[in-house]
Design a protein around this ligand. Structure first.
Ligand code: CMX
Ligand code: CO
Length: 153
């Protein structure tokens, strides 16, 4: 079950300058930064608020670190802006499977590693009314721990 907006992913050309804009204009502070080599991005997570399911909501600022990354390709075509939205769930495997059963293309066979050791997958924007949609289970979520510890399903 999707219980919150985990983050809004925003593609930018210069991560440091974009972070400065969010700090100066809105007062949002950087909660976490990392390079995700697999996704080809350097990212900053700005925490906006906690939620009643124990998770949080963030702005995810993304700068490509490789010319062939999906975000680099998107920026070249569209310029800076909102790249995707991400819904939080305690069980990304179950929600990805439910979407798949409804005929929505899920981009990964198995969820991959996302920001802060979360588990993530994506739904194809062409099956989601033009919105690239990410599903996220935060590290430490109980369903995530159960599913990664279990070997019999
Ligand atoms: N939002 C909405 N539509 C998008 C889109 C986006 N972010 N990215 C691509 N599209 C649309 C394009 O406009 C294009 O539409 P048209 O055919 O009508 O022109 C179509 O989808 C195909 O686009 P493309 O430029 O040829 O791009 P690809 O098919 O190579 O890749 C996608 C698209 C979704 C498969 C790819 O971006 C992907 O795998 N995304 C998931 C991974 C990702 O985005 N990682 C970065 C974020 C990491 C994180 O959040 O942690
Ligand atoms: Co994201």
């Amino acid at each position: 079950m999707l219980t919150r907006i985990d983050h809004i992913g925003i593609a930018c050309f210069d991560l440091d300058r974009t972070v400065d804009f969010y700090r100066a204009t809105y007062g949002f502070e950087v909660f976490h930064t990392e390079v995700n080599d697999e996704q080809g991005v350097r990212e900053a997570m700005l925490r906006i608020n906690g939620t009643d399911d124990g998770g949080s909501s963030y702005i995810q600022l993304l700068q490509p670190v490789r010319e062939d990354s999906t975000v680099a390709k998107w920026l070249a075509k569209n310029g800076e802006g909102v790249h995707h939205i991400a819904f939080g769930t305690a069980d990304v495997d179950a929600d990805a499977e439910a979407a798949r059963e409804r005929g929505v293309r899920v981009l990964y066979d198995e969820p991959r590693r996302g920001s802060m050791d979360s588990r993530i997958t994506f739904l194809h924007p062409k099956d989601c009314h033009g919105v690239l949609t990410e599903l996220v289970t935060a590290a430490g979520s109980s369903a995530s721990s159960v599913s990664s510890a279990s070997t019999d399903h």
